[in-house]
Design a protein. Structure first.
Length: 197
């Protein structure tokens, strides 16, 4: 059993299989089986949006609450394990989760018919519009501020040594800004769901 869970791929497949089993059981118990209609596809898009968002914000908070504050406490000889292995891998999932969250969020808004109202702050979509714009700003920071500067810091692109400290500062500042923005962004997303459109 332990060997099974040592594989991330097998664990994810097991999670999907478990989800299918649960859906079948719920369908049997409730007498309501999956109907692949607009409501079902909208639900799936919302689920993918939340799944992507958990990965994105989870990694954002990992960087800000765990990795960054821990780096000064790590002995110099162990820091390459973080900067050469952990950070590049975490940043890969971080930036693609950000993109997936934005894409699924925009598709969800389009499927529900409120994308224009939200992005232009029209009546009834103010809260979700604010949340969407905060998320777009955050995604911009991920792809066009944090990632290019982290590439310099981690040595993934060749730059003179004197460019690394300013790049680290800019990436760190953008990451802290995203952490700050994530708090009202998440509130707006949840508030809109409770308030309705």
């Amino acid at each position: 059993m332990a060997a099974f869970f040592q594989s991330l791929e097998r664990t994810i497949i097991a999670g999907i299989v478990l989800l299918i089993i649960i859906a079948i059981i719920v369908g049997i118990l409730s007498g309501q089986f999956i109907r692949p209609d607009h409501a079902w596809f909208t639900f799936i898009m919302r689920w993918l949006h939340v799944l992507s968002g958990v990965m994105w914000i989870g990694l954002l908070w990992y960087f800000n609450f765990v990795q960054t504050p821990s780096m000064p406490k790590i002995p110099d000889e162990h820091k390459p394990a973080v900067t050469k292995v952990i950070a590049p891998n975490a940043l890969f999932w971080f930036r693609w989760a950000a993109l997936a969250t934005v894409v699924t969020g925009l598709l969800l808004a389009a499927m529900n018919g409120y994308i224009v109202q939200a992005l232009t702050f029209q009546s009834g979509a103010h809260v979700i519009g604010i949340g969407m714009w905060l998320a777009l700003i955050m995604a911009f920071n991920v792809w066009f501020v944090i990632w290019p500067n982290q590439q310099k810091v981690l040595g993934l692109v060749d730059v003179p040594a004197e460019q690394k400290p300013p790049a680290a500062r800019i990436a760190g500042l953008a990451s802290r800004i995203n952490t700050m923005l994530s708090i009202p962004m998440l509130y707006c997303m949840v508030a809109q769901q409770n308030a309705g459109l």
